[in-house]
Design a binder for this molecule. Structure first.
Ligand SMILES: Cc1ncc(COP(=O)(O)O)c(C=O)c1O
Length: 349
């Protein structure tokens, strides 16, 4: 038995996958009387369950082969599918490196899987010694790394080193990697069959409302994921709309570059404020900022109609601020100046 076979949850090996009608026949122009669809209406046909065109496009933008891509309903669905395929509830463990994306813990809890934590170092990079020791002690089935990390925004370190110390699976969540694509782990896919990468169109591509993500992995894992996903996980309209947006890739790239520019300006403006203790380096579309009184600042911004994320439970004094339009960022800084003045002069907010 190949080593990959051991990764699949044992009970799934007997699964005979559901064959949906549109899996068998998708042909335009044929008389389709096989799926109990309504012959009338605009979205009356079930979508392409294989998402052929979309998958090819995603493979092109993320520079891999189509047989290494599964399109998902956002990357959150991708993460959930990985647990369903690979992690045995009550038996296997997964490893995460906090502070990180909160959904890993939630998805693990939903699946009844226990989570082992190895904290990132104070500069939010991977603690390789701590990781190695923990991997040796508990042999996690899956290590989940976010790169760039959320909520900290930075690149966490050498992914190949993580792959070399893990006998099992390494999932790299690259939700924010399209803001710094040169650091992607995609080129490592060919070398490491235990590498899985999750991607999304929600961030740099600006399509969070569409719900499209992807899993990039070995053809073996992708074919297994295809067997267990729900047949029609991405609607026809969503597939069409995403393809249409991705045709205008230069516009999307220009907007992404504008966000990166704005991030740099915002960072400078934030650092000048008296209430700001630190602005952490970011490669993503948000900044983690520590301030003197995070709860007060959060509430005062909220009262002014500006909503940021209070992350002070994960990182001392920290608020996570998404980079907005130039106008939104200007309003944010204006309000923060007002808050800073009020706090310095002990005035009520
Ligand atoms: C690290 C990380 N992964 C995944 C997601 C979920 O993205 P999607 O919209 O593709 O489900 C987010 C969303 O904020 C995220 O921060």
């Amino acid at each position: 038995m190949a080593i990959e076979d051991n990764w699949i949850r044992p009970h799934l090996k007997q699964l005979s996958a559901y064959q949906s009608a549109r899996d068998l026949f998708l042909s335009d122009g044929a008389v389709l009387l096989d799926a109990n669809e309504n012959p009338y209406g605009e979205a009356n046909r079930y979508p392409d369950p294989k998402q052929v065109q979309l998958t090819e496009k995603l493979a092109e933008i993320w520079k891999t082969d189509a047989n290494q891509v599964l399109a998902t309903h956002g990357s959150d669905e991708g993460l959930d599918l990985l647990f369903r395929l690979l992690v045995v509830p009550g038996v296997d463990r997964v490893l995460i490196c906090p502070p990180t994306y909160g959904m890993y813990g939630v998805i693990a809890a939903i699946h009844g899987v226990s989570v082992v934590e190895v904290q990132l170092r104070p500069n939010f990079t991977i603690d390789f010694e701590g990781l190695q020791n923990t991997v040796e002690q508990v042999t996690p089935k899956m290590i989940l790394i976010t790169n760039p990390n959320n909520p900290t925004g930075n690149l966490v370190g050498d992914i190949e080193r993580v792959l070399q110390l893990s006998p099992n699976l390494v999932v790299v969540d690259e939700a924010y990697m399209d803001f710094c694509p040169e650091f992607s782990a995609v080129p490592l896919l060919k070398k490491y069959p235990n590498l899985i990468i999750t991607k999304t169109l929600s961030k740099a591509y600006g399509m969070a409302g569409l719900r499209i993500g992807a899993i990039l992995a070995s053809p073996f894992l992708i074919s297994w994921l295809r067997k267990i996903k729900l047949p029609y996980n991405i609607s026809t309209l969503t597939q069409k709309h995403a393809l249409c947006q991705l045709e205008k890739i230069e516009n999307l790239a220009a907007l992404r570059d504008e966000i990166i520019d704005e991030r740099e300006k915002l960072q400078i403006a934030l650092k000048r404020l008296s209430i700001v203790i630190n602005v952490y380096p970011s490669q993503a579309n948000f900044l983690l900022v520590s301030v003197t009184e995070p709860r007060t600042v959060f509430q005062a911004l909220l009262a002014a109609g500006i909503i940021v994320r209070d992350r002070s439970k994960e990182v001392a004094n920290a608020l996570r601020i998404t980079v907005g339009t130039p106008e939104e960022n200007r309003l944010l800084i204006k309000e923060l100046k007002h808050i800073a003045n009020a706090l310095t002069n002990n005035k009520s907010l």
